[in-house]
Design a protein around this ligand. Structure first.
Ligand SMILES: Nc1ncnc2c1ncn2[C@@H]1O[C@H](COP(=O)(O)OP(=O)(O)OP(=O)(O)O)[C@@H](O)[C@H]1O
Ligand SMILES: [Mg+2]
Length: 174
């Protein structure tokens, strides 16, 4: 059970309230969002949450409270990617890492299960055979290339602890 202190700083944004929350967050002044962003980054540093990566719209850290999970912190000008991601994940269009929206230090973040990364935009362009070899090495199965991999921007897919191949970045999907 989370301690009451953690509850104050990190609370779920329930699916039926996401749309309202998105509009409210996006209408906040940029200076306020930047202040909150700096405060959250400082907090994660104080918790020694390792930074795992960053993209165009988010920075990703080890979750400060949940083992085996990551937290996706939006850049102040890119709040919508997180909302889009959880919405698409819920639609069931693609197998996706488990995720949900939370408000952490008053910023809309995604909590996502940590995956072992197969491809990122930085190494996209490695041959499909190389990606498949990686998948097979990770899952220990005779995995096959699946059509939906090509629908994910830069094949941003990974493998969960349970050995499932999932998308981990749906931030550009609408
Ligand atoms: N669930 C996860 N488990 C482990 N690492 C992750 C996870 N999600 C993201 N990362 C790492 O963080 C990086 C940035 O995350 P993500 O791709 O979600 O951000 P983004 O801003 O949407 O990126 P892009 O520039 O591709 O739009 C990834 O490239 C990956 O290295
Ligand atoms: Mg990405």
């Amino acid at each position: 059970m989370p301690s009451p202190k953690k509850k104050i700083f990190c609370r779920e944004i329930k699916p039926h309230l996401e749309q309202k929350a998105e509009a409210a967050y996006c209408s906040l002044p940029r200076t306020l969002l930047e202040k909150r962003y700096k405060r959250l980054i400082k907090f994660l540093e104080s918790k020694q949450s390792e930074k795992l990566g960053q993209g165009c719209s988010r920075e990703v850290f080890i979750h400060p409270f949940k083992k085996g999970w990551v937290i996706k912190v939006p850049f102040p000008g890119s709040l919508r990617a997180n909302f889009g991601e959880v919405r698409t994940a819920r639609s069931g269009r693609y197998p996706t890492a488990k995720c949900r929206m939370v408000s952490l230090f008053d910023l809309p973040c995604v909590e996502m299960e940590r995956v072992e990364i197969i491809s990122t935009p930085a190494d996209f362009g490695i041959r499909r055979e190389a990606e498949l070899a990686k998948i097979r090495a990770m899952t220990g199965k005779k995995a096959r290339w699946q059509d939906w991999f090509d629908e994910i921007d830069c094949h941003q897919i990974g493998v969960t602890k349970a050995g499932k191949i999932v998308a981990y970045d749906l931030g550009d999907k609408r």
